[in-house]
Structure formats: structure tokens, C-alpha cells
Design a protein around this ligand. Structure first.
Ligand code: NAD
Ligand code: UD1
Length: 358
């Protein structure tokens, strides 16, 4: 199968590129390096021993995307490209809506014109909002998001779902009337898989690729890693007065290679099926902030310094997946636990203390 990964030089995209090549599929990557570098793809090639076609382009640039897609004509597009920092999205909503929504609309227009039909989308557990009680099942109502980033995911899910529905209706109508599809009509029904990720963490076991946040990390695991390697003094734990066994929030941390392998199954599924499927990619097992700090200390061989601070605005107390649908529909489940997560995150961080720069 030929796959095209938008945002494929990023954290999850680069790991998915490895998993795709390992599964015997061809990979092309489109990235504008807004939050990544070409070095990640050079390392993907080193790990796999295979060439990855790399295009530097903005996915919202329709002319350029038409050229690239005409060259590649992928069986499946995996759409990772997007801006993802929650706090930044509150400060820069216009940039977030412009980038995240435009990239998806551009892809849909190109796909319609070229008769490409299969797309897997990077959504987030953030769409469950604050009112659902975990474990979250895919049929739970989408909730109110607490920030513009979350709303972009919410909206992109809706846009893709509506496009899939319209493509089916249009194809049924054309079939009934015996007419040919015009330039702006769907040539075949769309197949959309909306993957709701829980908390992707860890790194490829080679230590060659991993998460490389710019500036001060917003997320827990890169922050812990940077404290462990001496780049930062201590972690601030955001609140220990939650209604949980140790008072800290619980999350469903999933090894990024498990997540990557989930994308291989999702892309294969998208090619075989039509319509829209929403699928959680999580482990189904929650861990608290303090449990993660302890596990990392075991992996790196010394305690990770932390202090307890105030709650962070917008945090939900508990979030974890019901992971049954992925098992039933994709035949996939996460197989790596928190000790492997911390081992691989430490391997990446300790060998690349400044990320891809050194
Ligand atoms: P990332 O920032 O490492 O990767 C995103 C990539 O998209 C980057 O390489 C960036 O340069 C590229 N990009 C952004 N806008 C682009 C554009 N207009 N054109 C071309 N390239 C563009 O992030 P990630 O953690 O790998 O996340 C991948 C996707 O998964 C994102 O859509 C993100 O919102 C989603 N997601 C991530 C998480 C997480 O915790 N990492 C959780 C849920 C969902
Ligand atoms: C956050 C985003 C979510 C996004 C996800 C991507 C918020 C409110 N939510 O989720 O929309 O999809 O990242 O991975 O930002 N923590 C600390 N100290 C830190 C950092 C984090 O105690 O320095 C705690 C948090 O309070 C939380 C847990 O660690 O309880 C995990 O935090 P994080 O890694 O930021 O992920 P989420 O909050 O789940």
C-alpha cells in the first residue's frame, strides 16, 4: 500500500513512518517543519533502511498538494499535520483555526478532485470534554472543549464525517442516474477513520527518534525526561487534591510505537472499508502523575525531582479509553507497558539530550 503522511516528520508521524515501512508499506511525507525537522526522516531511513519520499510543503497550499498527490496517488492519507499546543491555541486561536481547519479542507478538496478516497485522521481524547466519565467509549457524546486546539479536532472530525456522508449520497445519486462525476463531485465514497489518541509517550526503542518539544515542554512525559537528564531543575505536579488514590490526575499513557502500529491497522482498514469509523487508541489502563514520576525514576536509575503545585486550568481529573473497539475492528491492542514507555523515553532523551539538534 502507498501511504502519504502529512506532518510525518513530527513525533507521532515519524514513528508511524517506521511502523508503516516495517509492515511493508511505502511511505511519503509532507511537512512544513513548523514543529519538526528533516533530521527525523533521515533517522527513520536509518532505522528502516528504506527511502522515504519527503516533500517540504504546507498542507494548506492546494496547488502544491495537488502536485504532490498527483505524483504519489496514495492508497491512504494519514493526516497528522496540525498545531497542537493547548496553551498556545488559547493565545493564538486564529492561527490554530486557520492551520488545522485549512489543512483538512485542502486535503478533502484535493482528494475529491483526484478520486482519492481513504483518510485516517489524528484526533484526540480531548473531544470527550469534561462531562463524560471514563473509560470513554466512542459512542459517548462529544463534549465541550476547553480550548481552541480541542475545538479544531472537534470540528475536523465533523468535517470529515460530513464529507464521507455526502460522498456516499453523491455516488449513489450518480449511480442511479448513470451520470459521470464532475470535477467537484465525489468519484467514490470516502473512507474515514478518526483516531482518538489518549496520551502518546515514549520513543522508538532504537533511541534514534522521539519527542522533541520546542521550548519548555507543556506535557508531562517530556518534562519528566528533561528533569531526569538535567535540562530542568524539577517537575511541578499540577495538583494533588483530586479525588484519586494519590490525589493526582490519571491518564491513559500509550507507547508511541503501539500508537504507530495502530495507524498501520487503521490505514489497512480504511482501504478495505467505506464510511466513517471513530476509534480510540489507548491502553484502557490509567496511571497517575506520581506513578509516572516513580516509573521514570526506576527507568533512569535516580529519583526525578518534583514539587506539588496548583492545579492547571482546563485539566480533567481522569481520562482513559475503553480500548475494546480498536481490538474488535482493527485487531489491534497496545502491548507495551509503562516500564517500556519510560525505558524508551529515557533511552531517547539520554542519547539526545537536546533532541534532534545534537
Ligand atoms: P508534532 O507537532 O510533532 O507533529 C505535527 C507535524 O505537523 C509537525 O511536523 C509540523 O511541522 C507539521 N505541520 C503542522 N502544520 C503543518 C502544515 N500546515 N503543513 C505541513 N506540515 C504541518 O505533533 P504530534 O505529537 O506528532 O501530533 C500529530 C497529530 O496528532 C497532530 O494533529 C496532533 O494534534 C495530534 N495529537 C497529538 C497528541 C499528542 O499528545 N502528541 C494527542 C492527540 C492528538
Ligand atoms: C494535554 C492536553 C490535551 C492534548 C494532550 C496531548 C491540556 C489541558 N490538555 O492533555 O488537549 O490532547 O495534552 O498530549 O493541556 N502534568 C503535571 N506537570 C506538568 C505537565 C503535566 O503535573 O508539568 C500533569 C497534568 O496535570 C496531567 C498529566 O500530567 O494531569 C498529563 O498532562 P499532559 O501530558 O499535558 O497531557 P493532558 O493534560 O492529558
Amino acid at each position: 500500500m502507498k501511504t502519504l503522511l502529512t506532518g510525518g516528520a513530527g513525533y507521532i508521524g515519524s514513528h508511524t513512518a517506521v511502523a508503516m515501512v516495517d509492515a511493508g508499506h511505502d511511505v511519503a511525507v509532507v511537512d512544513n517543519f513548523a514543529n519538526s525537522s528533516a533530521e527525523a526522516i533521515a533517522r527513520v531511513e536509518k532505522i528502516t533502511g528504506k527511502k522515504v519520499a519527503l516533500y517540504e510543503a504546507d498542507v494548506a497550499d492546494k496547488e502544491r498538494m495537488m502536485e504532490i498527490l498527483k505524483t504519489e496517488m496514495p492508497d491512504c492519507i494519514i493526516h497528522f499535520a496540525g498545531l497542537k499546543a493547548v496553551g498556545e491555541s488559547v493565545a493564538m486561536p486564529v492561527e490554530y483555526y486557520r492551520n488545522n481547519i485549512d489543512t483538512t479542507l485542502t486535503l478533502l478538496e484535493c482528494m475529491r478532485e483526484l478520486g482519492l478516497t481513504n483518510i485516517v485522521f489524528s484526533s484526540s481524547a480531548t473531544v470527550y470534554g469534561e462531562d463524560n466519565v471514563p473509560p470513554f467509549t466512542e459512542d459517548a457524546p462529544k463534549g465541550m472543549c476547553t480550548n481552541p486546539y480541542g475545538w479544531t479536532k472537534w470540528m475536523q472530525e465533523q468535517m470529515l464525517t460530513d464529507a464521507a456522508k455526502a460522498s456516499k449520497a453523491e455516488c449513489d445519486r450518480l449511480k442511479a442516474t448513470g451520470k459521470e462525476a464532475g470535477a467537484n463531485e465525489w468519484k467514490a465514497p470516502l473512507s474515514v477513520v478518526l483516531l482518538r489518541y489518549f496520551n502518546p509517550v515514549g520513543a522508538h526503542e532504537s533511541g534514534l527518534i522521539g519527542e522533541d518539544p520546542q521550548g519548555i515542554p507543556n506535557n508531562l512525559m517530556p518534562y519528566i525526561s528533561q528533569v531526569a537528564v538535567g535540562r530542568r531543575d524539577h517537575l511541578t505536579v499540577f495538583g494533588d487534591d483530586y479525588d484519586t488514590p494519590d490525589g493526582t490526575c490519571r491518564r491513559d499513557y500509550i507507547h508511541v510505537m503501539d500508537l504507530a502500529e495502530g495507524h498501520v491497522k487503521a490505514a489497512e482498514y480504511a482501504v478495505e472499508n467505506k464510511g466513517t469509523e471513530v476509534i480510540n487508541l489507548g491502553t484502557g489502563s490509567p496511571y497517575s502523575v506520581l506513578e509516572m514520576v516513580e516509573a521514570f525514576g526506576r527507568a533512569c536509575g535516580h529519583a526525578v525531582a518534583y514539587e506539588i503545585g496548583a492545579r492547571r486550568a482546563g485539566d480533567v481529573q481522569d481520562s482513559w479509553a475503553d480500548a475494546e473497539k480498536a481490538k474488535a475492528v482493527l485487531g489491534w491492542q497496545a502491548s507495551r507497558g509503562i516500564d517500556e514507555i519510560c525505558r524508551d523515553a529515557w533511552n531517547w532523551q539520554s542519547h539526545n539530550p537536546q533532541g534532534y539538534k545534537k
